[in-house]
Design a protein around this ligand. Structure first.
Ligand SMILES: C[S@@+](CC[C@H](N)C(=O)[O-])C[C@H]1O[C@@H](n2cnc3c(N)ncnc32)[C@H](O)[C@@H]1O
Length: 432
């Protein structure tokens, strides 16, 4: 099955990651526990048709994710305009659905930049997207404005839901609802550094409690590694597109003496897979830029993580130019670590890979884009891809309807900010 053919139906990016013969759809037998838990009794033909349709439906959400990324770029980008960044998507439109003046000015600036010859990678990505959608040059500005209004109102809806959950004073319900918050949203590629701190901190805690043995991790899967395009929280665009998580997880495992592993990335977005494939093919040192917003009040532990990031797998690199209020570290990753990463096209809520089993599986900021049944299917897929004793870590609180082969080890909150308001709930499972 070709990711390129199914992703958006038309030409996407150069599809460098071939469809893998090792990847197959979840069978009725794979899904049986999840189906039973959710009161479904499909027969094999009905299931086979459903899971294929499900795969197409999920992949169709990538397009909306690209639209969201373009809106983030318009709100926060500094590579195409000196206009001040906006505070948040919600601040860019009124409740009545009108763009505020500052957002209108940014849309105009982006449309003007898109009309000029482009060297900027992100703008090129946006222009290719607009061309695929058949948006003529004269309509680029209204298209971007409409897209931004849609995005802003959607974001406002999420903020309001979160606020009312917090006010409900019911922490269990809040956790439950939060963990499927984006189940209708576009599939974005956003990524940032700190969820990786939560993973390393969790692995360290497990090691301390003898829940993990030194040298026990030989192969890792990172599901949904992401691409730093214009992150929804910080949205920086003053450096080239980059993926961070594969390096972060590999380094955490090395730092903690858990192994010298190889790593497979499993993602359904062709742009993510192609980026990783190109990075490997180039073989030249890969430079990661790690911005830290000084006003974000990271904890000393999070700052120490940022300061030491990359010292085992790379060396200090040249930081990209930056602005006041931001500190940037750059790390040049050694080519040998690029060669240990293998990208694979896989939709974890519909597909599985039998070939190789993993000792550590990481999936952060991805399962929140799915409903409870899809999350249960993802757990069935993940469980099948793990070695006995292997560990699965996520920052989404997942349904109790999990495969019996996955033992729930617990949940811990890792805070990134001194106030405790910014952090992740990390859940850990072990494959029996
Ligand atoms: C929001 S990004 C998170 C990136 C990174 N894990 C992090 O925490 O910073 C979500 C990533 O998961 C991928 N993704 C979303 N749904 C997926 C699915 N069903 N199967 C595999 N990858 C998926 C997206 O393409 C993207 O790369």
């Amino acid at each position: 099955m070709s990711a390129c053919a199914t992703a958006v139906g038309a030409v996407w990016v150069a599809c460098l990651v071939a469809a893998s013969p090792e990847v197959r759809f979840l069978s009725l037998a794979d899904a049986r526990e999840a189906l039973g838990a959710f009161g479904r009794s499909d027969n094999a033909p009905a299931w086979d048709a459903w899971v294929r349709a499900q795969d197409r439906k999920v992949r169709a959400r990538i397009e909306r994710g690209v639209e969201d990324s373009i809106s983030n770029l318009i709100l926060y980008g500094t590579s195409f305009t000196p206009l001040p960044r906006l505070e948040s998507p919600e601040a860019s439109a009124t409740a009545a659905g009108e763009l505020v003046e500052a957002a209108r000015a940014r849309v105009k600036a982006a449309a003007a930049a898109l009309a000029r010859p482009i060297t900027n990678e992100r703008l090129r990505f946006a222009r290719d997207f607009l061309a695929r959608r058949g948006v003529p040059l004269k309509d680029v500005e209204p298209f971007l404005a409409g897209n931004l209004i849609r995005f802003a109102l959607e974001q406002r809806g999420y903020q309001e839901k979160l606020k009312s959950l917090r006010e409900s004073g019911d922490p269990d319900r809040t956790l439950f609802e939060q963990s499927t918050l984006f189940d209708r949203r576009g599939l974005s590629v956003d990524t940032s550094l700190l969820p990786n701190y939560a993973i390393e901190d969790t692995l360290r805690a497990m090691l301390r409690k003898n829940a993990l043995a030194p040298g026990s991790i030989r192969s890792i899967a990172v599901i949904g590694p992401g691409l730093d395009f214009a992150d929804k929280r910080d949205g920086y665009d003053f450096y080239p597109l980059q993926t961070i998580q594969p390096f972060a997880v590999m380094e955490a495992v090395i730092r903690l003496g858990l192994g010298q592993p190889k790593l497979v990335t499993l993602d359904l977005n062709p742009a993510v897979n192609a980026h990783i494939q190109r990075m490997k093919a180039k073989g030249s040192p890969y430079v990661l830029q790690l911005p830290r917003d000084l006003a974000a009040e990271w904890t000393p532990q999070a700052i120490a993580y940022w300061q030491h990031f990359g010292e085992l797998i790379g060396s200090p690199g040249a930081s990209a130019a930056t602005s006041k209020g931001l500190s940037v570290r750059a790390v040049t990753v050694q080519p040998k670590y690029l060669s240990l990463i293998e990208p694979l096209d896989l939709n974890v809520v519909a597909q599985v890979r039998d070939e190789e089993k993993f000792d550590l599986v990481v999936a952060t900021n991805i399962l929140v884009y799915y409903d409870r049944f899809q999350q249960a299917l993802a757990m069935a897929s993940i469980s099948k891809m793990m070695n006995a004793g292997g560990v699965f870590i996520s920052n989404t609180v997942l349904p109790a309807q999990r495969p019996t082969a996955l033992e729930y080890l617990g949940r811990r909150y890792v805070t990134y900010s001194a106030s405790g308001s910014y952090g992740d709930n990390v859940v850990v499972y072990r494959r029996k």
